[in-house]
Design a protein around this ligand. Structure first.
Ligand SMILES: [Zn+2]
Length: 403
């Protein structure tokens, strides 16, 4: 797999690169940001997400703790009641931020936790003990699920677990095993998922609306349009290039480039703790909720979180209105119907959010796009016919000097 820094970036996948970065910064700072990338096969969504593993910064945990206990805030059944002195005596260690993947064949026990058979059958000292599953082991890191729509369709139990884990920040997980007391544990994990809504069983919001709403942001992967980019992608994916790399026995990774990312992420996470969303932007988001009768409080919380993170990864120290408006389509696309989204974005009337509508339309009318290359422009023109209004004024009124 190519390292993160070497992946081809173009207009259609830029949003996912940004979201991945925002989610890592937020996770490192201790607040999960759940992402869902939708798109056709071959648009590289899973490649971007999986290769982000190489740039994850290390975290400090209590030595040997499979639950990744923070030495300053231990939460696991073994360490949560220990005193600072007892924890100091155990010691700490640095590990890479966890990145674990739930596969489609996964069982509830593997995902949540199960009884530790090795310890139960130990002839010298048999003991009933919980073995934490993938989710508690991903604490303070990333949990990746490919084809989330299929998982939601075929594994209702795992879906229910995800609903709990993603229900609050931090989330909760109940590990149950017959004959043992249930263990309730905190899990601070960002869930990253990918799916192709055009393949069976269809878009996640139609399979399990509740789970779809748990994702803070959804981005739809566009296709590359530039000849240069496409030909670079062909070269990278060619058999000849892969054969050459295979002979060298490895992909040559410039570790200093990954390290630069890691240090940047740690700096942004420190800033994230201190960067507030200005009041006028908070009001702006609140008005949007009321005016458009949005159902999900999660949606506007994600707007606030996303706007601050976007500002940081753009290397600014003050959140701007564009940080909010650029975040809106990613937050609302899976939560409101198409007409409402068009109306909201049209109200905002900024260039960035128009792009948001276009990618939304792209998904609904995929066939049309194939038959009609001019499709984007047609849609862009028809937007002029839709009503615009108060929000543009509101925005100016709220912030008359800056914008
Ligand atoms: Zn622990």
């Amino acid at each position: 797999m190519l390292p993160f820094y070497a992946l081809e970036r173009y207009e259609g996948n830029e949003a996912l690169f940004n979201l991945v970065m925002m989610s890592i910064v937020s996770t490192y700072a201790g607040e999960p940001l759940h992402l869902h990338a939708e798109g056709l096969r071959g648009t590289g969504k899973t490649t971007i997400m999986r290769s982000a593993r190489g740039i994850l910064p290390p975290i400090e945990r209590i030595k040997g703790c499979v639950y990744n206990c923070d030495p300053y805030d231990p939460h696991c059944p073994h360490h949560r009641y220990l005193s600072q002195e007892e924890i100091d005596a155990i010691g700490t260690e640095m590990i890479p931020m966890p990145f674990l993947e739930i596969s489609h064949s996964a069982k509830v026990g593997t995902v949540a936790g199960s009884i530790d058979l090795a310890r139960l059958t130990d002839p010298n000292h048999p003991e009933a003990h919980m073995l934490p599953g993938l989710i508690p082991q991903a604490h303070r890191g990333i949990l990746f699920i490919d084809e989330i729509n299929r998982l939601a369709d075929t594994s209702p139990e795992i879906t229910d677990i995800l609903l709990d884990v993603m229900g609050n920040k931090p989330g909760h997980l109940q590990i149950e095993e017959a004959g043992l007391p249930a263990v309730e544990i905190i899990v601070n994990v960002s869930v990253w998922a990918a799916s192709n809504p055009d393949e069976d069983p269809g878009p996640l919001e139609e399979i399990r609306r509740q789970l779809s709403d748990r994702f803070d942001m959804v981005c739809y992967m566009g296709r590359p349009h530039s000849v240069d980019i496409l030909s670079n992608m062909l070269a990278e994916n060619s058999h000849q290039k892969k054969a050459r790399l295979y002979k060298q026995r490895k992909v040559v990774v410039d570790e200093s480039k990954n390290e630069a990312y890691r240090q940047q992420i740690v700096r942004w996470a420190e800033q994230y703790d201190k960067t507030e969303l200005p009041d006028f932007l908070r009001n702006f988001i609140a008005r949007l909720y009321i005016k458009h009768n949005l159902e999900s409080i999660r949606a506007i919380e994600a707007m606030q979180q996303g706007a601050v993170l976007r500002c940081l990864i753009k290397n600014r120290d003050k959140v701007q209105i564009s940080d909010v408006t650029e975040t809106i389509p990613l937050v609302l696309k899976h939560r409101v119907d198409g007409d409402t989204l068009v109306r909201i974005i049209n109200d905002l009337d900024t260039r960035g959010t128009k792009e948001g509508i276009l990618s939304f339309k792209n998904r609904k009318d995929k066939k049309k796009e194939v038959e009609e290359p001019e499709y984007f422009q047609h849609d862009a023109r028809s937007l002029k016919d839709l009503s615009r209004g108060e929000l543009i004024n509101t925005e100016k009124n709220l912030n008359p000097t800056d914008y």
